[in-house]
Design a binder for this molecule. Structure first.
Ligand code: PLP
Ligand code: ZN
Length: 399
C-alpha cells in the first residue's frame, strides 16, 4: 500500500489504512481514504487496461492484482436527444452501469474492496446484502478464490437467492433484525478475521470514484451541470463526489457538478432530513418502494451525505413508485432497461425541470445503476403489449 490514512468524514480523526472497521470510534461516522491531491490519468489503451491501472494514481495500491479483476467499469455514456427535448434541458446522458460483470455498478467497489483485503492478507471476505452487492461479492470472491460470506435476510425468496448462490459463496439467511446486521457483521468480522465489504466501507466508496473519472474523460473534461444518483446507503454517491473532488484537486477539472441525491419517497431518510432541516437522518419506519435496491431505512452514510448536500447547496429529491415505473418504461424507450432504482434519477429530473430547479441550458447525467433483469417482478407493473396471430394470417396482420 502507498502511504496514506483513513480519515473520519465528520471529526477528521485519523486511522491507519489497514483498518477494516469502517467507522470512527470517536463519533461513529464513516471513515474514508484521505483525498488524493496529486495525480494524473495513466496513458495507454483503455481496451487493455483495467480501471485500477488507468486511474492508479488515485488509489493507494502499489501495483494491481490483475487476477481478481473482471474488467468492470468503462461503461458507456449514451446521449439522449429525445429525453433532453422532452425534459427541456440542453443534454441528457445516461451512464449505463448495467454493463458491468454482475450488471450493476457494485462491481467497481467490490474490486477495490477485494484488492484491499488481499493486500492485507485476508482469506475471508463478506457482505450484508440481499441484492446487487451480494451477487457482486459472490462473483468476485469466487474469482479471487476467497471464502465469501453473504448474509441475507431470512425471508429472501428463491428468485433473489439463486443469482447469489450460483457463485457458491457461504450464503447465510440470518434470522433477527436485519437492520442491525450491518454493525453486527463488522464486529464479528473484526474478531474472526473476515473483511466485511459492506455498502459504504471506505474501499467500496473508492471504487465508485471511477464513475466520476470515466464521466470526466467521456465528456472531455466538461463537467456536467447536474449529476443525478439513486441513493440508498450513500456509499456510491460519496464515491462519485470524491472522484470529482480528487480530479478537481489534481487540476483535471475546474468545477464540481451540482449533485442530486435521488431517493424513493417510500424510503427517503436523506431527503426527509434535508427537507426538515435536521442535522441527522432518522430511521424510516416501514419502508415501502418497488426500488428495493435503494430501500435502506437507515443509510449508514446518510449523515455524511446530508453534510455534503448542505455545505454545497446540493439537492435531494424523492419520487413515488408511480413515477419510478413510468421512468423505467421511458428508459426502455431509449433502449436501456434498468431496474426500478435505476429509473429514479430520470423521475427526479422530471420533477426538478417541472419545478424550474434545473434550467433549459443544463447538461445532466443520470446514473443507470443496475440491470432491469435483476428484478423481473417489475414487469407486472407495466401494461406490456403482446399480440397473437396464426401464421396464415401473418402477412395481413402486419400490414
Ligand atoms: C446499491 C444500489 C444503489 C444504491 O447505492 P448506495 O451506495 O447504497 O447508495 C442504487 N441502485 C442500484 C441498482 C444498486 O444496486
Ligand atoms: Zn469521527
Amino acid at each position: 500500500m502507498k502511504k496514506t490514512d483513513l480519515i473520519c468524514t465528520h471529526c477528521e480523526k485519523i486511522f491507519p489504512i489497514s483498518d477494516i472497521y469502517p467507522r470512527c470510534d470517536n463519533c461513529n461516522e464513516p471513515l474514508e481514504v484521505k483525498k488524493v491531491t496529486k495525480g494524473t490519468i495513466k496513458k495507454g489503451n483503455p481496451l487493455n487496461q483495467t480501471i485500477l491501472e488507468r486511474y492508479e494514481d488515485f488509489f493507494p495500491f502499489k501495483g494491481i492484482e490483475k487476477g481478481i479483476c473482471l474488467n468492470e467499469g468503462f461503461t458507456p455514456l449514451v446521449a439522449s436527444a429525445s429525453l433532453a427535448a422532452e425534459l427541456g434541458v440542453r443534454t441528457i446522458y445516461l451512464k449505463n452501469e448495467t454493463e458491468n460483470p454482475t450488471w450493476s455498478f457494485k462491481d467497481r467497489g467490490t474490486l477495490t474492496g477485494i484488492q484491499h483485503a488481499v493486500r492485507l492478507g485476508y482469506k475471508k471476505i463478506g457482505t450484508v446484502s440481499s441484492g446487487n452487492m451480494a451477487a457482486s461479492m459472490a462473483a468476485y470472491g469466487a474469482k479471487a478464490g476467497l471464502k465469501t460470506f453473504i448474509l441475507v435476510s431470512a425471508d429472501l425468496p428463491p428468485e433473489k437467492l439463486n443469482p447469489i448462490a450460483i457463485y457458491d459463496p457461504a450464503l447465510i439467511r440470518v434470522q433477527g433484525d436485519y437492520g442491525n446486521l450491518y454493525y453486527e457483521s463488522l464486529t464479528i468480522g473484526k474478531k474472526e478475521g473476515i473483511y466485511f465489504i459492506n455498502s459504504d466501507v471506505p474501499f467500496r466508496v473508492e471504487g465508485s470514484k471511477t464513475i466520476a473519472f470515466e464521466l470526466c474523460e467521456q465528456l472531455n473534461f466538461a463537467v456536467p451541470d447536474y449529476m443525478v444518483v439513486p441513493t440508498s446507503s450513500g456509499g456510491n454517491l460519496r464515491g462519485i463526489i470524491k472522484g470529482f473532488e480528487e480530479f478537481k484537486l489534481c487540476g483535471l477539472i475546474d468545477r464540481m457538478p451540482r449533485i442530486v441525491c435521488a431517493q424513493a419517497s417510500g424510503c427517503a431518510a436523506i431527503y426527509t432530513a434535508q427537507k426538515k432541516n435536521h442535522e441527522r437522518i432518522s430511521r424510516v419506519e416501514n419502508p415501502d418502494t418497488i426500488a428495493h435496491a435503494i430501500e435502506n431505512p437507515l443509510p449508514p452514510s446518510g449523515n455524511e451525505i446530508l453534510r455534503k448536500l448542505r455545505a454545497n447547496d446540493w439537492i435531494s429529491v424523492a419520487v413515488t413508485d408511480k413515477e419510478i415505473i413510468h421512468a423505467q418504461r421511458r428508459l426502455a424507450g431509449e433502449g436501456i432497461f434498468g431496474q426500478p432504482a435505476s429509473a429514479v434519477p430520470l423521475a427526479a429530473v422530471r420533477q426538478l425541470t417541472g419545478q424550474g430547479v434545473i434550467g433549459s441550458d443544463a447538461s445532466v447525467v443520470l446514473l443507470i445503476s443496475g440491470s432491469g433483469l435483476k428484478y423481473t417482478a417489475a414487469f407486472e407493473r407495466h401494461d406490456l403489449q403482446i399480440s397473437d396471430c396464426r401464421i396464415e394470417d401473418l402477412g395481413e396482420f402486419m400490414k
